[in-house]
Design a protein around this ligand. Structure first.
Ligand code: M6R
Length: 364
């Protein structure tokens, strides 16, 4: 049932305020002021390193979480795609928490990576959408993301719910390790409680994304740029775009632009820049100027302050609500998904069942 939407993907994008509200309620309890993990929780005392493994969109959720675990909890994190991790035979030592993220819980490479870590890691934890899946069953602790059934092959609500659960886990690690003040923790929990409403507001960018997508649909190539927490999101935006619109899309860390990709820029290439006005914003502005100086068409996704501060010459923009910088990946996932969705609709592709792809990749 598409609940009045044309595609399951549109329905699943629109559901994000509700499903994230469910996830937040589940992990922050009725009061919303403390973190509760299922099954007796997780003791971070003996944990000094995290290894996170996944594929595709779930891998980008892990890349985002690396910033959170490192910055909030000061825990070193290694992230890898499961197909590389499993055959590299990486050392996994005591004190390592091995964390696997998978919507389906059945991805062959992720499951094989989990089995590799069994008897090596201190604890095996998974973040899954299907609680009875193989990955959930074979973990010491499985954390549900509560996104509900996701039918569209392009993952949307599962991604934002994975991010939400991973952020809560990073906050719990920071709390247990005494790396976050009570005030800062409470202010982030409060931002999480307010997130469903903020996401509801952000969904209003749908018409802007739709208008823009008519123009993006003409492009042969699209670049996505982001710094810090926005870098993994740029990767996710590019994956979503190529998956369903079949337009070649690539993402780079903004600072890498001048190390090669800038050679691709000309007036035919739209460059989507994700940049809330955070501590790194000024750096991104100078990258945008480099793009514009070469005729590149910049699409800036930012908040009011960022759009004000960015100089003339921006081709198109999408204005996002303001939110604590830590939460921006969850919010900025929406325009990334909406742009891909509307571009695919404009191109007339099979949005829910894109060619050559399966929802669950159970063979390597
Ligand atoms: O079920 P999983 O989360 O383990 O799946 C991982 C990837 O196959 C998946 O995220 C894929 O990249 C999606 N089609 C992305 O939209």
């Amino acid at each position: 049932d598409k609940a009045g939407h044309k595609h399951f993907m549109a329905k699943e994008i629109a559901e994000q305020p509700q499903v994230i509200a469910e996830a937040v309620k589940h992990y922050l309890g009725q009061s919303g002021h403390s973190i509760t993990l299922p099954d007796g929780g997780l003791d971070f005392t003996g944990i000094d390193r995290l290894v996170m493994v996944a594929c595709g969109t779930a891998y980008y959720a892990c890349l985002t979480a690396k910033y959170w675990f490192e910055q909030l909890a000061r825990l070193p994190v290694e992230v890898d795609v499961a197909s590389e991790f499993r055959y590299r035979e990486p050392p996994v030592t005591e004190g390592t928490l091995a964390l696997f993220v998978s919507q389906s819980g059945e991805t062959a490479d992720t499951l094989a990576a989990l089995r590799y870590c069994r008897d090596k890691a201190e604890r095996i934890v998974s973040v899954v959408n299907v609680p009875e899946s193989s990955i959930a069953r074979e973990s010491d602790l499985a954390l549900p993301i509560l996104a509900g059934t996701e039918i569209g092959v392009a993952s949307t609500k599962a991604f934002s719910c994975q991010l939400t659960v991973l952020l809560i886990l990073a906050l719990e690690a920071a709390r247990q390790k005494g790396r976050i003040s009570e005030e800062r923790l409470e202010s982030l929990l409060s931002a999480l409680r307010g997130l469903p409403a903020t996401l509801g507001n952000a969904l209003e960018t749908d018409t802007m994304a739709e208008a823009l997508s008519l123009e993006l649909a003409e492009a042969q190539d699209i670049l996505f740029l982001g710094r810090g927490l926005m870098y993994p999101l740029a990767l996710e935006g590019a994956l979503k775009m190529k998956e369903i619109s079949y337009i070649h899309a690539e993402a780079y860390a903004s600072g890498e632009l001048k190390h090669g990709p800038i050679a691709l820029i000309d007036k035919h290439v739209p460059v989507v820049v994700m940049a809330p006005r955070d501590a790194l914003f000024e750096k991104t502005v100078s990258n945008m100027q480099e793009v514009m100086a070469r005729g590149g068409r910049v699409v800036l996704i930012s908040d009011h302050a960022g759009l004000e501060a960015a100089q003339d010459g921006i081709w198109r923009s999408i204005e996002m609500p303001m939110v604590d910088p830590v939460l921006t990946p969850i919010l900025y996932a929406l325009p990334a998904q909406l742009m891909a969705y509307h571009t695919a609709v404009a191109k007339g592709t099979d949005v829910d069942q894109p060619r050559n792809l399966a929802k669950s990749v159970t063979v390597e």
